[in-house]
Design a protein around this ligand. Structure first.
Ligand code: SAM
Length: 351
């Protein structure tokens, strides 16, 4: 990313001194899978007329970029479940060529898009909780693991920058830690376990399911020696490490197997619950129906769809600046609650 973009002043600042540089956009609440912890089959999808149109999202991105955002992640629902998403993404790349484009996907519908993703330089986060076909079908409601694995291997072969995210679930994928993490031994890919976040009505799934980062780490240490990946600081000496911007909130380790082989990729933990990274949170979310959301754990949303449609971008700018100024510290919300921290599930917010 050219310095010109990185050095653009951050005009989105909150009351805790944090700068918002990263916009996560849910392009749809629809998904072709129904992960039991993520989407409630009984909750109806948002009607089409209430979803932001692509040209509206593009206008909002233009505003965010002007205010200093230099990283965009497209998510959902499943981004590829929305018709025309790839063409939209190409248009965003053409209009904002210096903005980093990222994607979070379940990987089921990726096949026809791979050449374009490679051409556009989009980085992909692939959600993959299990390598067991029956478990995959039980968790997601669909027998699609072979398609996902096929697309994963194609991405690896094509050199598309890839991270694999597995939601850590005790009794579901804990026994699979060696198999999932082994992907990082064999490929230059980061495999990250994400702590399960208590969002929406997840009680059935979350009661005994939570598997903490500390326990995951202990399990990993039974199989490999773990060597921390150093953080490379901007302006600091070049090192093997990853730039903070690139690694996001994950703690990363290289794996060394008992025969001395070092992993090509890294093993990571995203400790959203037990060790928050709120102090460095630089994120703003845009939901599919056009609400700004400044914190995953805070239900407050700032509707901007109708502001945009009725009053225009200047009015949206004022709402955006105000929303960011009030951005809370999610860890404090989490610490103060015993039940779910947010009423919506992730698919309705945009993960
Ligand atoms: N459909 C896309 C996908 O599967 O990656 C994007 C949307 S999905 C909501 C984004 C991510 O959120 C997935 O990796 C999913 O596993 C994760 N997720 C959903 N609910 C979660 C929860 N309660 N705690 C942690 N991660 C969750």
């Amino acid at each position: 990313m050219p310095d010109a973009m990185e050095d653009r002043p951050a005009l989105l600042r909150d009351g805790h001194g944090r700068e918002v540089r990263y916009l996560r956009i849910s392009v749809t609440d629809r998904c072709n899978l129904c992960c039991r912890y993520c989407r409630d089959e009984d909750v109806p999808f948002i009607p089409h007329e209430n979803i932001l149109r692509f040209e509206e999202i593009e206008k909002l991105i233009g505003l965010a970029v002007e205010l200093g955002v230099h990283k965009l992640r497209f998510t959902g629902g499943e981004p590829f479940a929305r018709k025309g998403f790839l063409e939209f993404l190409s248009g965003i790349h053409d209009r904002f060529p210096h903005t980093a484009l990222k994607l979070t996907t379940n990987g089921t519908l990726l096949g026809p898009a791979l050449d374009t993703l490679k051409k556009l330089g989009v980085s992909v986060n692939l959600s993959l909780d299990t390598l067991d076909r029956e478990k995959y079908a039980a968790v997601t409601g669909h027998d699609m693991l072979p398609t996902v694995l096929d697309n994963m291997h194609r991405m690896l072969d094509m050199g598309i920058p890839l991270k694999i995210n597995a939601v850590a679930m005790r009794g579901v994928n804990d026994v699979e830690l060696p198999a999932l993490a082994s992907l990082a031994m064999d490929w230059p890919v980061d495999v990250r376990f994400i702590e399960f976040m208590p969002m929406g009505d997840t009680t059935i799934w979350s009661r005994n399911l939570f598997w903490s980062a500390a326990d995951i780490l202990e399990t990993a240490r039974r199989h490999w020696s773990l060597e921390p990946v150093a953080l490379r600081r901007k302006g600091g000496e070049e090192s093997e490490g990853k730039a903070a911007e690139e690694r996001g909130p994950a703690k990363l380790w290289k794996l060394r197997s008992p025969d001395g082989t070092l992993s090509r990729g890294s093993f990571g933990l995203i400790t959203s619950v037990t060790q928050s990274f709120c102090q460095s949170c630089n994120r703003l979310r845009l939901t599919a129906e056009g609400n700004l959301r400044t914190c995953l754990f805070d239900d407050t949303e700032y509707p901007i769809r109708d502001v945009l449609r009725e009053k225009g971008l200047d009015a949206v700018r004022a709402v955006m600046l105000d929303a960011v100024a009030r951005k809370p510290v999610g860890a404090e919300i989490l610490a103060a609650r015993h039940g779910p921290v947010a009423h919506k599930r992730m698919s309705a917010i945009g993960g």
